[in-house]
Design a protein around this ligand. Structure first.
Ligand SMILES: *Cc1c(COP(=O)(O)O)cnc(C)c1O
Length: 388
């Protein structure tokens, strides 16, 4: 992950403008906002009635893990042995849950024996057999059967690759119970889910599965998908989601049911902004120093038509950083690599006065950015500073 060895000694500035003014970064610079990590974690820990698991793939960087831990997050949804090892390496007391339904051979065994992981997901008979064989002690396991929950409320669906329908899920639940493990259910309504109602519908699917199987489940994990605010879009407040979920859970009528959620994006998106420099302006084209192969990887997904809120910033004659004002116009923003596909899919709205050498600050860059950047063509965004 190329984490800075001592990220607690990163440069610190009072504001994003001060950081830009002082560093004049010619390479992409991630600005970390600790209070935003803390606020996001608090909303979930206070508002959600159950265990809050941070979905590590949204941002596995030690800076994100450490800030969430400091904010009180103790559970981690880890989908690979690599994620478990990075979480436990940094936070030895963290509780990891292996929430991927298809695991590489040997990873469940290693997670169980070396890292004390006892929660696993399955969506097929063969993965259940493999899990039981690798761990060898079913009484210690909670096995979550993953349901399909494609309800149309989310920008990125999460049910075409994993999950099974209630009929198949109920068979799996019975097999889990027969094997002596604790049967549980889980689903993912899709990422950036703008409809709180999707969770209620998915809980109904869980209810149908429970009824079909006749099995008492020990826990229900309602997955991730909680949205964050991007440019021009305020999603519904989280308490609408929590209220809707609470009501749907009450209808299940199981008071001792353990409940979990797995937010990824919602816990980290607002905690990081990104400073890019305009390497060159040519007409309505901006050539930036970061793009699709770096921090903007998620923009390549057709369904994900969300944009990171941009601000144009310039250094005035005295070297002071100023936010550019004035009427905005659309720019086509290219990344630094030689690939023609390295261009943001939608125009970036910025003041017409933006020029070569200026900066574009993108907010809400904490989720699925740092985690999926690549070093393609020799550009790897990895500058860091702390704000506040
Ligand atoms: C990716 C993922 C999450 C996190 O999803 P967000 O939309 O970022 O909240 C949670 N659970 C599972 C199983 C995932 O694959």
């Amino acid at each position: 992950m190329n984490a800075p060895a001592r990220f607690d000694s990163l440069p610190r500035f009072a504001s994003s403008l001060k950081a830009i003014e002082s560093l004049k970064p010619s390479e992409p610079l991630y600005l970390v906002h600790p209070e935003k990590f803390a606020a996001a974690a608090k909303q979930f820990l206070d508002g959600f009635d159950g265990d809050v698991l941070y979905a590590v793939k949204a941002n596995p960087h030690p800076i994100a893990l450490r800030h969430l831990w400091d904010a009180g997050i103790r559970h981690f949804d880890t989908a690979s042995l690599g994620e478990i090892e990075s979480v436990k390496g940094l936070l030895p007391d963290a509780i990891c849950h292996f929430m991927a339904p298809v695991r590489l051979a040997g990873q469940a065994k290693c997670a169980f024996e070396l890292h004390g992981v006892t929660d696993f997901v399955v969506d097929s008979e063969s993965e259940l057999d493999k899990l039981l064989a690798e761990t060898g002690d079913p009484k210690k396991l909670r096995v979550f059967v993953r349901l399909v929950a494609s309800l149309g409320g989310a920008l990125l669906e999460m049910s075409s690759k994993y999950g099974c329908r209630p009929e198949e899920a109920s068979k799996l639940l019975k097999r889990v119970a027969q094997a002596g493990a604790l049967p549980c259910l889980t689903f993912h309504v899709g990422s950036q889910c703008l409809s709180p109602f999707s969770y209620a519908q998915a809980i109904e699917i869980a209810q149908r599965t429970i009824t079909l199987s006749g099995v008492e489940i020990a826990a229900l994990d309602i997955g991730g998908g909680f949205p964050t605010a991007y440019a021009g879009q305020e999603p519904p407040p989280y308490h609408w989601y929590f209220d809707m979920i609470k009501e749907a859970l009450a209808n299940l009528g199981k008071h001792d049911l353990k409940v979990m959620c797995e937010p990824g994006r919602a816990l980290v998106a607002q905690g990081i902004s990104l400073v890019t420099q305009v390497v060159m302006r040519r007409g309505d084209r901006l050539y930036l120093n970061d793009g699709i192969y770096g921090s903007f990887d998620e923009q390549r997904f057709a369904g994900f038509d969300e944009d990171y809120p941009p601000s144009g910033i310039t250094l005035d004659a005295k070297g002071k950083a100023k936010i550019l004002t004035g009427e905005k116009r659309p720019f086509r923003a290219y990344g630094p690599t030689c690939d023609s596909a390295d261009v943001l899919p939608r125009p970036v709205m910025l003041p017409d006065s933006i020029a070569t050498g200026d900066f574009v600050l993108f907010d809400a860059m904490g989720a699925y950015t740092v985690s999926s950047r690549s070093a393609f063509n020799g550009y790897y965004p990895d500058g860091w500073a702390i704000i506040g």
